[in-house]
Design a protein around this ligand. Structure first.
Ligand SMILES: Cc1cc2nc3c(=O)[nH]c(=O)nc-3n(C[C@H](O)[C@H](O)[C@H](O)COP(=O)(O)OP(=O)(O)OC[C@H]3O[C@@H](n4cnc5c(N)ncnc54)[C@H](O)[C@@H]3O)c2cc1C
Length: 483
C-alpha cells in the first residue's frame, strides 16, 4: 500500500470518529476477518476473492444521523460500503466485494415507540428480532412475522431479503404487508421516508428483496399483533412425500385458521437437527396460535385429515421442543459434517411434487448425505432448503453437490419458480432468469449510486462469468461420478 493511501485511510478513520464514537470505528483485523464470511461455506477460490476484497473498516453507527453521515462520507470519498446485519442470510449477501467499509447495523437497536392503540411499533432496523419480540411481550404484543433465525437476525435484514417465508407469514402475510413506513438512507447519505404509497423514485416494492443495493433501511414502522392466549402443536409422520404434501397443503389451505408456523421435513433433516426424531420418512409440523376454542378445533381438524392420510401422530414433548429450538434447527445440521452446503428455493404450492421428483432423480444415484426442509410462506409460496453434508477433505464431493444444486436451480427457474436467497453467490442465476428485474434495478441503482459503491455484485452484475461457472459444474459432475 502506498504512503498516500495509508494517509487517506488515516484521515478517513479520524474524520469518521468525529461523529461516531471511536470504539465503534474498528480497523481491528478480527472484526474485519469476521465480516468476510457467513454460514455458507465457500470453496478455496472464493477465499482468494474474499482475501483480496476484505474491508478496511467495520463501523457501527448508532442512529440514523450517524448512519447518514457515514454513508455521505464514504460516498464523497468513493469508498465502497457493505451493509451487514447478523450475516445470517448467507450466500455472501453481507460480505464485502470491493473492500472499504462494512456498516454493521446492530448498534441501531432502539425501540422508539410502541402504540398498542394503533397496533404499531417504530424501531431502528438494526434491532434483533429476539429483542423486539421480548420487548413487545411485556405489552402482550408480538411481530406479525419474523424469520426462524430471529435469535440473531435483524429487522432490516428480513425486509431487504424479501421476508416472504418465516414464522407468522402464512397467518399474517409477508413482511412487506406489515410495513407502514421506512426511514431509508440512500447511498449518498440523504434520508427519505418511504411509505406504502410513496410515488417518488424509490417505492417500498423496490426495497423489498433489494439486498441492500439501493440504500440502508434505518428505521421501521410496522404493524404488530395481539399475542393469542393459546398455542398448540401438531405433528404427523408419513410414509410417503405424496401423503405428507397432501397433509401440508390441506393445513395450509384451511381458511378457518392458518398455522402460525408450518413445515415439512424428511427424516434426514429431523435426524440431523434434533437428538431424537420421528420414525416415518416425512414429518409435517404445524403451530397454531389463536383463542383456545379455535386452536382446539385446529387440532381436531388436523387429526381428522391425518387419519385419512395414514399419518402417525408424533409425541407432544417432541413438538414442544421443536418449537423451543426452532432457531437452532437448521444450524444444527452443520454439526454433522465439516463442510455443509445448502441452497434455498422458492417453490409454488402446486410445484411441490415436481420439485421433489426432480430432486430425487438428481440425488438417488449420489452418495452424499443430504436433508430436505420445506417451510411455508404465504399462500402460494414456500422455501425449500436442500442440504449436502460433505467432508472438507473431499473437494470432489463438495463440487459434485454444488453441481447437483446447480441442476436443481436451473430446473426450478425453468419451472417458473426461483431461488429464495440471492446474495453475491446466486446473482449469476438472477441475471440469467430475472433479467427484466435485474435491468430495472440496475437503472435504479445507477441513478442513486453511479460509482456502484454500495453492496456491489448483487442482483445487477456478477463477479464470475457464467461460462466459467458452467464449465466448473460440468467438470465437477464428471469428477464426482468417478470419485
Ligand atoms: C437458521 C436460519 C434460519 C433462517 N430462517 C429464515 C426464515 O425463516 N425466513 C427467511 O426469509 N430467511 C431465513 N433465514 C435467512 C436469514 O436469516 C434472513 O434472511 C434474515 O432476515 C437475514 O437477516 P440478517 O440480519 O442476518 O441480515 P444479513 O444476512 O446480515 O444481510 C442480508 C442482506 O440484507 C442487507 N441488509 C441487512 N440489513 C440491512 C439494512 N438495514 N438495510 C439495507 N440492507 C440491509 C445486507 O447487505 C445483505 O444483502 C434463516 C437463516 C438461518 C441461518
Amino acid at each position: 500500500m502506498n504512503a498516500s493511501k495509508v494517509r487517506e485511510e488515516g484521515n478517513f478513520t479520524e474524520e469518521v470518529k468525529e461523529f461516531i464514537p471511536p470504539t465503534h470505528v474498528s480497523t481491528d483485523p478480527y472484526d474485519i476477518e469476521a465480516t468476510t464470511g457467513d454460514l455458507s461455506l465457500l470453496p478455496k477460490y472464493h477465499y482468494k476473492f474474499k482475501e483480496e476484497y476484505k474491508a478496511t473498516h467495520v463501523i457501527r453507527p448508532g442512529s440514523t444521523d450517524e448512519l447518514s453521515k457515514l454513508m455521505k462520507k464514504c460516498y464523497e470519498s468513493s469508498i465502497p460500503m457493505t451493509i451487514r446485519g447478523a450475516g445470517s442470510s448467507c450466500y455472501s449477501a453481507s460480505t464485502p466485494t470491493r473492500g472499504g467499509v462494512v456498516i454493521d447495523m446492530r448498534r441501531m437497536d432502539k425501540i422508539h415507540d410502541i402504540d398498542p392503540k394503533n397496533m404499531t411499533v417504530r424501531c431502528d432496523a438494526g434491532i434483533s428480532w429476539l429483542r423486539l419480540i421480548e420487548t413487545l411481550l411485556d405489552y402482550g404484543l408480538g411481530p406479525k412475522c419474523y424469520p426462524t433465525s430471529y435469535k440473531a437476525s435483524i429487522v432490516g435484514g428480513f425486509i431487504v431479503t424479501s421476508g416472504k417465508v418465516g414464522v407468522g407469514v402464512l397467518r399474517n402475510g409477508p413482511m412487506k404487508n406489515a410495513i407502514r413506513s421506512l426511514v431509508f438512507v440512500k447511498p449518498d447519505g440523504s434520508v427519505e421516508k418511504i411509505t406504502r404509497d410513496s410515488q417518488g423514485d424509490l417505492k417500498l416494492n423496490d426495497i423489498i428483496s433489494s439486498f441492500g443495493i439501493l440504500g440502508a433501511v434505518a428505521e421501521v414502522e410496522m404493524e404488530i399483533t395481539l399475542l393469542n392466549k393459546s398455542m398448540e402443536y401438531v405433528g404427523y409422520g408419513f410414509h410417503t412425500y405424496e401423503m405428507a404434501v397432501k397433509f401440508f397443503r390441506t393445513l395450509k389451505d384451511n381458511d378457518a385458521s392458518k398455522p402460525f408456523f408450518l413445515s415439512l421435513s424428511d427424516k434426514n433433516f429431523e435426524k440431523y437437527a434434533h437428538w431424537t426424531y420421528p420414525a416415518r420418512a416425512f414429518f409435517v409440523y404445524a403451530v397454531y396460535s389463536d383463542t383456545p376454542s379455535v386452536t382446539s378445533q385446529c387440532l381436531a381438524f388436523a387429526k381428522d385429515v391425518a387419519s385419512n392420510l395414514d399419518g402417525l401422530a408424533v409425541e407432544g414433548w417432541y413438538l414442544k421442543e421443536k418449537w423451543r429450538d426452532l432457531a437452532d434447527t437448521e444450524v444444527n445440521v452443520g454439526r454433522w459434517c465439516q463442510n455443509l452446503i445448502f441452497q434455498e428455493y422458492l417453490v409454488s404450492d402446486d410445484k411441490l411434487e415436481d420439485f421433489y421428483d426432480f430432486y430425487i432423480k438428481k440425488t438417488s444415484r449420489q452418495r452424499y448425505r443430504n436433508a430436505f426442509y420445506l417451510m411455508s410462506g404465504t399462500k402460494g409460496e414456500n422455501r425449500i432448503k436442500l442440504f449436502g453434508l460433505s467432508d472438507i477433505a473431499n473437494s470432489r464431493e463438495f463440487f459434485g453437490i454444488k453441481a447437483v444444486f446447480n441442476d436443481i436451480t436451473n430446473f426450478n427457474y425453468r419451472n417458473n419458480d426461483s431461488l429464495y436467497t440471492i446474495g453475491v453467490v446466486n446473482t449469476q442465476y438472477f441475471l440469467k432468469y430475472n433479467s427484466e428485474r435485474a435491468s430495472y434495478l440496475r437503472n435504479l441503482k445507477y441513478n442513486l449510486d453511479p460509482e456502484d459503491l454500495l453492496n456491489s455484485y448483487r442482483l445487477t452484475k456478477a463477479k464470475m462469468r457464467s461460462w466459467r461457472l458452467g464449465l466448473l459444474f460440468w467438470i465437477a459432475k464428471r469428477l464426482y461420478k468417478t470419485a
